[in-house]
Design a protein around this ligand. Sequence first.
Ligand code: PLP
Length: 427
Amino acid sequence: MNASTSRQPRRGGRSESEPPPGAFNPAAIRADFPLLETTAHGKPLVYLDNAATSQKPQAVLAALVRYYSNLNANIHRGIYQLSAAATAAYENAREKAAQFIHAPSAREIVFVRGSTEAINLAAASWGQGHVHAGDEIILSEMEHHSNIVPWQLLARRTGARLRVLPITDAGELRLDELENLFTPRTRLLAITHISNALGTVNPIREIVSQAHARGVPVLVDGAQSAPHIPVNVRDIDCDFFVFSGHKICGPTGIGALWARREILDAMEPYQGGGDMISSVTFEKSTWNETPYKFEAGTPNIAGAIGLGVAIDYLTGIGMDQIERYERELLAYAREKLSAIDSLRIIGTAKDRAAVISFVMDGVHPHDIGAIVDGEGVAIRTGHHCCQPVMDHFHIPATARMSLAFYNNRQDIDRLAAAIEKVKEVFV
Ligand code: PLP
C-alpha cells in the first residue's frame, strides 16, 4: 500500500473519529509498517529509536522484492533491455532524491552509502583540493562523530586545524561566537541541521549567510533534518548537503551527497574503479562526468530504487504534514516526560525536533534502556556518536527517545509507563 492510499480509510465508511480523506491519518500510516506490528519481550513493540534508523513501509519492501524479481541487472553498461530498465530506474531514483531536497539538478546527486560516506567523500575529495597546512575548518560542539572524524583525518593529513563552535547548556549553538571563529584561513564550515543527541534545530539559513559573507562554503549534515522537515537546499543556500536513506524510510546502504555542480565538477574522484572513468590506459585515466565519477563500481542499485520509493511515500504524505504532526507529538512527549520527577531532559533548545534525551537521578542510562526494553519499548542509550555533547554536559550517556510520523500518543504513554518501572526499581 502506498502513502496516498494509506491515508484513506481501509474498508467501509469513515467513522466519526477518523480524519477526513486526504488528511494526515496516523492510524492508516502506521498500518503501512509491518515491523510496527511485531512484539518485543511478548509485548507490542513501541519503536522510539528513529534517529538511529527508521522503519520501512510496505511500499519500500515491495519495491526491493520487485527489483530483484523483475529488474535485476547491472546498470550503465548493458545494452540489453533489462540493463537499460535497471539503469532507468536507478537514474529515476536520482531525480527523486534531487526533488526531495529541491536540488537544481539530479546531476548534482551522488549516491553513497549514507551521510557518513558522503562527508568522507567531501573531506577526502574536496578537502584534498582546498585544505592545506594552516587552514581551518569550523565544526560545532554538537556534531555527530561522522561530521568530526572525517575532518580530523583531513586535518591530520594536511596540517589543517579544526575550530569548534561551542553550545550553551540549553543545547543551542553559541552563534555569538561564530564571528570570532572565522579567519582568513577558514576553508569550510561543516554543521548539522538538527542534532541527533539533543534535537536542536539550528538556524541554518542564518549560519550559511554568515559564512558566505566571509566567502566560506558550508556543508550541512542533513541526516536528522531530511526525515523530519521539508528540506530545500536552494533556500538554505548551502554548498554541500548530505542525508541517509535508511533514516527516511529507505533501505540501509544508500544515501546522497548533494553539492553545487561547479564544486563537484572541480573535485577529484573519491574512489577509482569501473564506471567512474571515461578512458583508461596504463599511462593515464580520464574521468566520467559528475556525478558518475564519484560512483566507482557497482552501486547499491536496489537501495537507490528503494530510496526513490521511500521518497515517493514521504512526499505522498507531505513533509510539511509530517513536520506538523511530529511537532505536536514531541510537545506531548515533552510534557509527559517532564512530569516524571527524577528525570532530567538534556537539551532544552527553543527549536527542537523529534528527539528527547534524558537522564535519571541515580540510574545509568543503560539500565533505563534495559528496563524500558523489557516493557517492549525500544529507545537508544549511550553517547549517540556525540561524545563532545556528553562531555559538555559532564555525563557519559543519555537515554534518548526519537520519534517518527508513525508514532502516536499511545507510544509515548507506553514509554512514560515503562519509565515508572525504572523508578520502581531504582529510585
Ligand atoms: N549525522 C547525524 C546528525 C546523524 O544522526 C547520523 C546518524 O545517526 C549520521 C550523521 C551518520 O549517518 P549514517 O550512519 O547513516 O551514515
